[in-house]
Design a protein around this ligand. Structure first.
Ligand code: SAM
Length: 338
C-alpha cells in the first residue's frame, strides 16, 4: 500500500513538474538561448554542418527555435541574397500574410543549421506566438537518442541532395561553387567543377500550418498522427467534435482522410497558442511568389488562419521561395527545359 502511494506520488509529482513543450519553447524564445542539450557538428563537405543531440530528447519536446530576423515576404524578395544565404530563409504564413525568418546571418544559433530529412525526420516545425510575434520552433516527433542528428522535412520540393543521379549531384556542387559566403561546408574540391549552368537559388518555405495544441505533446498523437509536412491542409477536430479544415490540401496525404487529428484547443495563454505549425521548407528556384502584402495590419491572433497557397509569380531574380505547387512547376519546367 505504502509503495503504491509512493509510486503514485512520484508519478504525480513528475507530471506536475514536467514543463510543457510550448512553455519550454516560450522560455527559450524569450531568453534568446538555445537549449544546451544540442550541439553543432561538421558532417561532411556535402551536407555541411548539422545539429546533434547530446542528451536524449522525449517525443513531443521542444527542441530549438529557428532564429533569425522576422521580415515580410516582400522585404525578403527585395533583399539581395547569395545562393547560400537564400537557403536560410524560411517563409511562412501568419495572420493571412506571408513572412520570412531571415536566418542568413551566421549568428551562432543552432536552429538554422538543422538539415533536411524527408523520409524519417525526428522533428517538425511549428509556429509559436510570443508577444504578438511569430516564432518558428522545432519539436521532436519521436524520441531522439544521444548522438542523433536533429532533422526535419524541408518539404516536398525536389531538393538537389535528394536526387540520386550523379548529374543532379553535380548540380549541387555547381551551385555552391558560385557562392561567396564562407560556410564550413563550402568544399574546396568543388572549385574544380566547371559549369555553364545558371545560378540556382534554394529557399526554405513552410506553408503547412497546424495549430500548436496540447495534443501535440502526447506520445499518442505523435505515434498515431505524425505531423505531415507534405500536407497543406490539416483537419482539426474541435472540442465539440466538429472538424475544422485548415489550409490547402495535398490530397495524397493520408492525414486528410483520417478521422483523427489535432484537437483545436484554445490555451489560457493566447499569446502562445494562436499558432500554426509550420512545416516544410521548399526549394525555390529563380523566382518568388507574389507575397506583396501589407504588414502593418496586424490583427488578433485568434483569427489567424492557416496558409493558403500563394498565387502569382514574382521577381525573376533569384531568391528563395516557398509555395509548393509553384516550386514544383518551376522544377518541372526547369528539368524539361521549358
Ligand atoms: C539551412 S542550411 C542547413 C545548415 C547547413 N548544413 C550548413 O552547414 O550551413 C541548408 C543547407 O544544408 C544542406 N543540407 C540540408 N539538408 C541536407 C541533406 N539532407 N543532405 C545534404 N545537404 C543538406 C544544403 O546545402 C542546404 O542548402
Amino acid at each position: 500500500m505504502c509503495v503504491c502511494v509512493t509510486i503514485f506520488s512520484t508519478i504525480m509529482l513528475k507530471r506536475k513538474t514536467r514543463i510543457r513543450p510550448v512553455d519550454d519553447a516560450r522560455t527559450h524564445i524569450q531568453s534568446l538561448r538555445d537549449k544546451p542539450e544540442f550541439m553543432e557538428r561538421f558532417i561532411d563537405n556535402n551536407k555541411g554542418r548539422g545539429v546533434f543531440a547530446t542528451q536524449p530528447v522525449e517525443a513531443g519536446a521542444f527542441v530549438l527555435e529557428y532564429r533569425g530576423e522576422l521580415i515580410s515576404a516582400e522585404e525578403c524578395r527585395a533583399r539581395d541574397y547569395t545562393e547560400l544565404q537564400s537557403t536560410f530563409l524560411f517563409e511562412f504564413e501568419w495572420q493571412k500574410r506571408h513572412w520570412c525568418i531571415d536566418a542568413s546571418k551566421e549568428d551562432g544559433t543552432l536552429g538554422r543549421l538543422i538539415n533536411d530529412n524527408h523520409k524519417s525526420p525526428n522533428c517538425t516545425m511549428k509556429k509559436i506566438i510570443v508577444n504578438d510575434t511569430p516564432h518558428l520552433c522545432l519539436f521532436a516527433v519521436k524520441k531522439i537518442e544521444i548522438g542523433s542528428e536533429i532533422e526535419y522535412n524541408y518539404g516536398d520540393s525536389q531538393w538537389p541532395w535528394r536526387k540520386k543521379e550523379p548529374k543532379q549531384q553535380t548540380s549541387v556542387i555547381e551551385t555552391k561553387t558560385s557562392l561567396t559566403d564562407h560556410s564550413s561546408h563550402d568544399a574546396s574540391n568543388k572549385d574544380a567543377v566547371v559549369t555553364q549552368e545558371p545560378k540556382q537559388v534554394f529557399t526554405i518555405k513552410g506553408f503547412s500550418l497546424v495549430n500548436y495544441t496540447e495534443s501535440d505533446e502526447t506520445d499518442e498523437y505523435i505515434k498515431d498522427n505524425p505531423p505531415s509536412p507534405h500536407c497543406d491542409v490539416v483537419r482539426k477536430k474541435t472540442r465539440n467534435g466538429n472538424i475544422q479544415v485548415i489550409g490547402v490540401a495535398d490530397f495524397s496525404d493520408p492525414l486528410i482522410d483520417s478521422n483523427e487529428s489535432i484537437v483545436d484547443e484554445t490555451d489560457e495563454d493566447s499569446s502562445l497558442q494562436s499558432d500554426n505549425e509550420v512545416v516544410p521548407k521548399n526549394l525555390l528556384m529563380d523566382r518568388v511568389p507574389n507575397c506583396s502584402v501589407p504588414l502593418n495590419e496586424s490583427s488578433d491572433d485568434s483569427i489567424d488562419e492557416p496558409s493558403t497557397p500563394m498565387s502569382g509569380m514574382a521577381s525573376q531574380r533569384p531568391r528563395r521561395n516557398c509555395h509548393r505547387p509553384i516550386q514544383r512547376s518551376l522544377v518541372e519546367s526547369r528539368s524539361t527545359g521549358a
